[in-house]
Structure formats: C-alpha cells, structure tokens
Design a protein around this ligand. Structure first.
Ligand SMILES: [Zn+2]
Length: 319
C-alpha cells in the first residue's frame, strides 16, 4: 500500500514538472517489502514530455498506442503504465493476461494481440472473454475479490476499452494520479484489524458488518471518524493526515506523511483508545450534550461514538 502511494505520488510530481518517465516497468522500482518504501532508479529515461529518448519501454508496461507506434511515450502513456504497476502490486498478476493468452502458439503475435491490438482487461465488466485462467492466473482471482468496490472501479476505469486503444483514442481520459491517490489513501484508512485472527482486512465503512478477508469471519464495524474526505477506521496507530482534514492540501509526496493525529492506547488500560492531536492546529471537541473542549497538540480525545471534532477548516464525527 505504501509502495503504491509513493510510486503514484512520484509520478504526479514528475508529470506536474512537465516530464514523463517513458520507460516505466517493474525493474525501475526497488520496493522494501517490510516498509513498502520505494526507490525509483534508472532515471536515464526521464525526459521532457513529448521528447522521446529512443526508449519504448517493456511491452507489458507500454501503452497500446506506444507499442503500435501511434504515439511517443508521454504523460498519457505513463498513466497506462502506472495503472499496470498498481494492478501488479495489488493483484500480483498482469491486468491483460487472461484466457486470450496463448503464448505457446505464436509468442510475438500473442504479445501484439494482448498488449496492443486487442487489449482486454481481465475484469472488464462487459467483455468477459479475457477472464483470468483459473489454472494460471490464480493470484488475479484471489486478490481482486478482496478489494473494496471503489478500488475495483478505478481499475475498471483505468483499463476500460475506450482508454486502451492502439490508435490512441481516449488516452487523455485515463485515470490521473490525483484520483489514484484519493482512492489509495481512502483504502489505507479502511484497513481494520480482524478481532478473530488479528490480521489486517479491508472494511467497507458504508456497511455495519463485514467479513475478514483472511479468516472469513464476519465482525461489526469498528468506530470510524467520518470526514468530508472519507472515513477513517480508528484503530491503534492509525494516523489522521493533514490532507484528510484540510481541503487546501493536495495529496502528494511532501504531504503523504504529514499527520495531525494518531490513535493511541491508554497506558493503564489498553482497551481504552484515544485520538491524540499531533498537528499544529488546536481542535475543538463537541460532546452530544453540547459541551466544548479545546484539544491542543499532545492532548487526547477518547474514542467515543457521538463526539464531533472541529479540525479548523473541516469537521468530523466519531460514529
Ligand atoms: Zn480474520
């Protein structure tokens, strides 16, 4: 998750500066499996947008219109490649490798068909002809189902037929980094610890009960902080970030780690949790009875449903 956020934020920065990466592939990234920290290397391929360095990228990561030589690599083709990288990170399988893959017969023709002339997303909701092969693409089938609908929807949009055509039509409408960052940070805030197996699971906060993705047991929705920008599940060590409580802050490399709050356990009674203000702004706590209290940096609000918190420019409610 961390890796996905960092890669996407890096590309946002690169594109904002007017550059494109051009040769985006999994050999350019070193991902620390523990922390998810990403090191992007092989920067020889970074060029001002629309100036090609003679590098076309690896076929599996190249946008169909670049494989087809309709367009040179640029910001739009980078967005296709980014979606491929994110899908690989999330589903550990290639988004276009499905039943249409018949590599054994004619590898060159097969690659041209899959990644250029007739690319079909393996989970395309309309065209189901390239679904994962249950004997080969087991990861795709296993992982896809664990993600909440809002994440599946953004992948479906990223790989929609009208956005991945080899004649380049529709490429301007590909999913932009800002959208990915919004959905990925939302996903990060939806992680919950399963009370049965202790593993992390995604919890759709619009529902009151969900099944653990690991052990399959259902459990009740934990307390959440409902903000205009989305819901945050309040579990120990979960952070509230500045971009979640301040509309004027964009989600980007610099702001990804800028927290304004963290959920802590009470030292004397670990069953009691609280939300500590770690930011610069003073919060105001509002109780259902109408009482108000200011919460400066370092002070803690007990996690109790019904409390409202003013963060300055926005307000949230614990429910
Ligand atoms: Zn579980």
């Amino acid at each position: 998750m961390n890796a996905a956020l960092q890669i996407t934020a890096s590309f946002k920065k690169l594109h904002n500066l007017g550059f494109s990466y051009q040769d985006l592939n999994d050999g350019n990234f070193f991902i620390n499996p523990e922390s998810g920290d990403v090191l992007i290397c092989d920067n020889d391929n970074v060029a001002p947008d629309r100036q090609n360095l003679g590098i076309q990228g690896k076929p599996k990561y190249m946008a169909p219109e670049v494989v087809h030589a309709t367009n040179l690599p640029d910001t739009y083709s980078d967005r296709f490649s980014l979606a491929v990288i994110l899908f690989l990170l999330f589903c550990k399988s290639h988004p276009l490798d499905g039943l249409k893959d018949n590599n054994r017969i004619d590898p060159a023709k097969n690659a041209m068909n899959l990644y250029c002339l007739n690319p079909i997303f393996i989970f395309d909701p309309v065209d189901k002809s390239n679904r994962p092969n249950p004997y080969i693409h087991k990861n795709a089938l296993l992982f896809w189902s664990i993600y909440p609908k809002h994440i599946q929807d953004v992948f479906i949009k990223a790989f929609a037929k009208e956005h991945i055509q080899c004649d380049g039509n529709g490429r301007e409408d590909r999913v932009i980094e800002k959208t990915w960052l919004k959905e990925l940070t939302r996903l990060h805030s939806e992680l919950a610890i399963c009370p049965f197996c202790g593993e992390e699971t995604f919890f759709d906060t619009q529902t009151e009960r969900a099944k653990c993705i690991n052990c399959g047991k259902p459990f009740d929705r934990p307390a959440i902080l409902r903000l205009k920008s989305g819901d945050i599940i309040l579990e120990p060590e979960r952070k509230i970030y500045l971009y979640q409580v301040d509309d004027s802050v964009d989600i980007e490399s610099e702001s990804l780690d800028e927290d304004v709050g963290v959920v802590i356990r009470n030292k004397n009674n670990p069953k009691i949790w609280g939300l500590r203000n770690t930011g610069k702004k003073t919060w105001v706590k509002h109780t259902p009875q109408g009482k108000e209290e200011t919460i400066e940096n370092g002070k803690v609000i007990p996690i109790a449903r019904g409390l409202k918190i003013s963060f300055g420019s926005t307000e949230g409610e614990i429910i």
